[in-house]
Design a protein around this ligand. Structure first.
Ligand code: GDD
Ligand code: MG
Length: 346
């Protein structure tokens, strides 16, 4: 069993965070995001993992290396130009020798993938797609199934009028188990999408195409700022349980500063007197000056927050400078190296 992670998208919806950091390696609780996917694959004994890249591939390869540190063997494939999700799988054809588990490189889940593989084998499927229920399915691929779990219809990003007659809330969770035979349905060198092309083609060709519905598992696509921030809150509040969280590193925290128990403070942070850190994650080397408040927020490494600044429900990129008495409010997202003059309100 091998794995392919589709990690080549531009991460446009997560801009400006993805201007310098490709989405697959944005920090989640101070760890590159892909490490959560790598961990759940390794738990199932899947160590042969290919990363399918396009946007800023060198940064990803440089950070994750050959995977030995994480107990897996990582290979990298970079398309000459984006080939789409299905095209990226076809582009990896030379690497694919057996049943492959494919992940969208932005879904955070604690799913036990061995259950999906077991289901796929029992059904003797050519393709199995994992589904999860969501409240607002229109932003995803909606999937209708028969009582026996066969996929009947796949509808990517349905328009409101298309949603009208639909009875399901189950969407494509971006996790597939595919037999190498699926490669034969995809033309070489063309931009092809699993969602718009390959899945409908599997149905037309009447292939054994099944859906595994997730049950009680955590699932989230981290590809928008509110969702990225929410993933942190879900970890901090204990909603995601199956990962070991690296608590705080060695930091210099004044005895008059308040850091609540849920917050995570990266290595080499400096927190000055009377500063308050509440329900937040600080990357390495963040400086928080006197009386500054960071609440329900994520601050990337090496950002400086000056005295009496107030940051709430926000994501602040790397190496930013937040001036004195600045107020950064609800849902603000600041890209790397942002500099805010004293007293600015965002
Ligand atoms: N290598 C490569 N090449 N990867 C790509 C390309 C490409 O051309 N295009 C997208 N990807 C990767 C992205 O990096 C991402 O990890 C994954 O494929 C999915 O792309 P998104 O752009 O995040 O898609 P989405 O979130 O709008 O929709 C997809 O995911 C939903 C679940 O989160 C679809 O698969 C939906 O059907 C699904 O419900
Ligand atoms: Mg996505």
């Amino acid at each position: 069993m091998q794995a392919l992670i589709l990690a080549g998208g531009k991460g446009t919806r997560l801009r400006p965070l993805t201007v310098y950091t490709p989405k697959p390696i944005v920090p989640v609780l101070n760890r590159p995001f892909l490490l959560y996917q790598i961990e759940i694959l390794r738990r199932t004994g899947i160590e042969d993992i290919t990363l399918s890249l396009n946007y800023q591939p060198d940064k990803i390869e440089h950070l994750l290396g050959d995977g030995a540190e994480y107990g897996v063997k990582l290979r990298y494939l970079t398309e000459p130009s984006p080939l789409g999700t299905g095209g990226a799988y076809k582009f990896a054809e030379n690497e694919i020798r057996e049943t492959t588990i494919v992940f969208n490189g932005d879904v955070l889940t604690d799913l036990d993938v061995s259950e999906v593989i077991e289901f796929h084998r029992q059904k003797n499927a050519e393709a199995t797609i994992v589904l999860t229920p969501v409240a607002n399915p229109s932003a995803y691929g909606l999937v209708e199934t028969d009582a026996d779990g066969r996929v009947r219809r796949f509808l990517e990003k349905p328009k409101p009028e298309e949603l009208a007659g639909l009875t399901t809330e189950n969407i494509n969770a971006g996790i597939y188990v595919l037999e190498p035979g699926v490669l034969d349905l995809i033309a070489e060198g063309e931009n092809t999408s699993f969602e718009y092309n390959v899945f409908p083609d599997l149905l037309k060709a009447k292939k054994e195409f099944f859906a595994f519905v997730m049950n009680e598992n955590y699932w989230r696509d981290i590809g928008t700022p509110p969702s990225y921030l929410q993933a942190h809150h879900d970890f901090l509040s204990g909603r995601i349980k199956n990962f070991e969280i690296e608590k705080s590193g060695e930091a210099e925290i004044s005895h008059t500063a308040i850091v609540d128990k849920t917050s995570i403070i990266g290595a080499d942070c400096i927190i000055k007197p009377n500063a308050r850190i509440i329900n937040s994650v600080l990357g390495a080397g963040v400086h928080v000056e006197e009386k500054a408040v960071v609440e329900n927020s994520v601050i990337w490494a090496y950002t400086r927050i000056s005295s009496a600044a107030h940051i709430q429900n926000a994501v602040v990129g790397r190496s930013c400078h937040i001036g004195r008495n600045v107020s950064v409010g609800e849902a603000a997202v600041l890209g790397d190296k942002t500099s805010l003059t004293d007293y600015t309100k965002v």
